[in-house]
Write a protein that binds this ligand. Structure first.
Ligand code: CO
Length: 292
């Protein structure tokens, strides 16, 4: 991927707004607050800052690793002791950022070791990021740091390349040494996202998480969701005022296979998961973390 100065600036701005939005979201999470309030206020913060959300705010709790966002009218509230992964993205003209942090509601300190594990694993990975580094070395560093804390890395989730209107482009950055010696290429944007688990370290697809995306080959100009979100994920909450009945519209689009819904990604019952994530730009041998 060759990046020109204008594209680089858009990635930088998306990263800067993503960082601020994550800080803002963390201040809103407290016992009794609804997930819907936090999502709506944080997404508004992103819009007010001059960007658009790159995907619906993910608020995934306890054994959920990712991909839950509130549905319209969702009454679910945060409770003391909930382990919340806040995963956020901002985009400028389709150039996205992606960053995440984990907090414990009410700060009881019960899960601080698990929270530290993914954050320190992210820092260890960031130290290794440079062009032509074998990608599995990054995974090895992530797994070893999480192991030091006595937890397991989630092996079937990982970091990913980021491109225009594309949150999961070619590169995959594993959270363990998967033996893939492919080299990290210069001139690209990637997200690194370690997940630490008290369970088995494998996640599976749970129930639907209220996050939708246009199906790959069905991009329909003139269709409201394509014109608004392109090929980035969206929430039903965002369709209000755009189409008549948001629920019926989504059902129809899914029936016609124009839209698909992401399942919540979760560990087994009783397991706890933490996550930390930053977006990084690699330009020649210059590395910059865009979301810190
Ligand atoms: Co990501």
């Amino acid at each position: 991927m060759d990046l020109n100065q204008e594209e680089i600036s858009k990635f930088e701005e998306a990263g800067r707004i993503g960082r601020k939005a994550l800080e803002f979201a963390l201040t809103l999470i407290e016992p009794g607050a609804t997930l819907a309030q936090v999502a709506e206020q944080t997404e508004k913060f992103i819009r007010d800052s001059g960007a658009l959300p790159a995907f619906p705010l993910n608020l995934s709790i306890d054994n959920e690793a990712a991909h839950y966002t509130p549905f319209p009218g969702d009454k679910k509230t945060f409770r003391t002791g909930d382990l919340v992964k806040v995963d956020i993205g901002a985009q400028i003209d389709g150039y996205p950022s992606d960053n995440a942090a984990t907090i414990e509601v009410g700060d009881t300190g019960r899960h601080s070791g698990l929270i530290d594990a993914s954050r320190e694993a992210l820092n260890a990975a960031l130290k290794l990021v440079r062009p032509m580094v074998p990608i599995n070395e990054i995974g090895r560093a992530v797994a070893s740091k999480i192991g030091e804390h006595g937890f397991k890395p989630v092996r079937n989730l990982g970091g990913h390349g980021i491109g225009k209107y594309d949150l999961h482009s070619a590169v995959f950055i594993p959270n363990y040494d998967d033996g893939n010696g492919k080299l990290l290429k210069p001139d690209c944007v990637i997200a690194i996202e370690p997940f630490a688990s008290t369970g088995t370290g494998m996640i599976h697809s749970g129930p639907a998480g209220n996050i939708y995306i246009l199906s790959g080959t069905r991009n329909v100009p003139g269709e409201p969701i394509f014109d608004h979100f392109g090929t980035l994920p969206f929430a039903e909450r965002w369709l209000e005022g755009m189409v008549d009945s948001t629920g019926n519209y989504i059902k129809k689009m899914i029936r016609e296979r124009k839209v698909s819904e992401f399942p919540v990604l979760k560990e087994h019952r009783g397991a706890m998961i933490s996550q930390a994530e930053h977006t990084v730009i690699i330009l020649g041998d210059r590395i910059r973390v865009l979301t810190q």
